[in-house]
Design a protein around this ligand. Structure first.
Ligand code: AP5
Length: 222
């Protein structure tokens, strides 16, 4: 029988580098990246019903109601590509209720990664962040400036990336972090996210490769 693909959850405060690491993880492991922030921003710009409901919450840095986000995520996780290639869930669960919804559906990751970054660095990362609206690629005005003048001219700033909104997003994250962790403490791996993105990826790569090897072993034995 074929080895089951790996299932990964990545968590961490706003701007801890989840999206940046996910780009690198997808490139190496070919998992289906499911980012609730990206999915919601796509609904918003397409002007869908979900997008219209989510807009005021997102732009003010508050959490979108659980039932909206949970329906969106479970639908995406159930699609064929996620079952075949494995998944990388980014930005969900963000509340205890969300974690319990996944548990009820028996959607459990093999590993739960938490990126750990000090508060003062998070604020600078958010305020300096820029996005290429075409490719979705993540930049930072100082740390990772756009490669060309053409990209530089078209990058955008997220409306929730002001200092004030980042502080309230961070507070909401902290209020929920512990309760979510209690669901995944047995598979939790905390990673120092205050290093270069390549060094951070090395650690994540080692962890995921280990998970993959263990799955292959169990398949052979079974
Ligand atoms: P979401 O898009 O998930 O935002 P977030 O969790 O606040 O995370 P970010 O996207 O801000 O940061 P990131 O960790 O991906 O960092 P990045 O790699 O970009 O959610 C947005 C909103 O949607 C929420 O506020 C909420 O309203 C709603 N929402 C989403 N999910 C929800 C849910 N489950 N329930 C309810 N509501 C939900 O990096 C940040 C910056 O730092 C970049 O500029 C990058 O270039 C730079 N950087 C990255 N790594 C490094 C490094 N190692 N060194 C230096 N700079 C770095």
């Amino acid at each position: 029988s074929q080895t089951e693909p790996i299932k990964v959850m990545i968590s961490g405060a706003p701007a801890s580098g989840k999206g940046t690491q996910c780009e690198m993880i997808v490139q190496k492991f070919g998992l289906v990246h499911i980012s609730t922030g990206d999915l919601l921003r796509a609904e918003l710009s397409a002007g869908t019903e979900i997008g219209n409901k989510a807009k005021e919450y997102m732009n003010s840095g508050r959490l979108v109601p659980d039932e909206i986000v949970t329906a969106m995520v479970t639908a995406r996780l159930s699609q064929q590509d996620a079952k075949e290639k494995g998944w990388l869930l980014d930005g969900y669960p963000r509340s205890f209720a969300q974690a319990q919804s996944l548990e009820k559906l028996k959607m459990r990751p093999d590993i739960y990664i938490v990126l750990d970054v000090p508060d003062e660095i998070l604020i600078d990362r958010c305020v300096g962040r820029r996005l290429d609206p075409g490719t979705g690629k993540i930049y930072h005005i100082k740390n990772f400036p756009p490669e060309t003048d053409e990209i530089k001219a078209k990058v955008i700033t997220r409306p929730d990336d002001t200092e004030e909104k980042v502080k309230s997003r961070l507070q909401i994250y902290k209020q929920n972090a512990e309760a979510i962790l209690s669901t995944y403490s047995d598979i939790m791996n905390k990673i120092d996210g205050n290093r270069t993105k390549e060094v951070i990826f090395k650690d994540i790569d080692a962890l995921l490769s280990q998970v993959q090897r263990e799955k292959e072993k169990t398949t052979k034995l079974g």
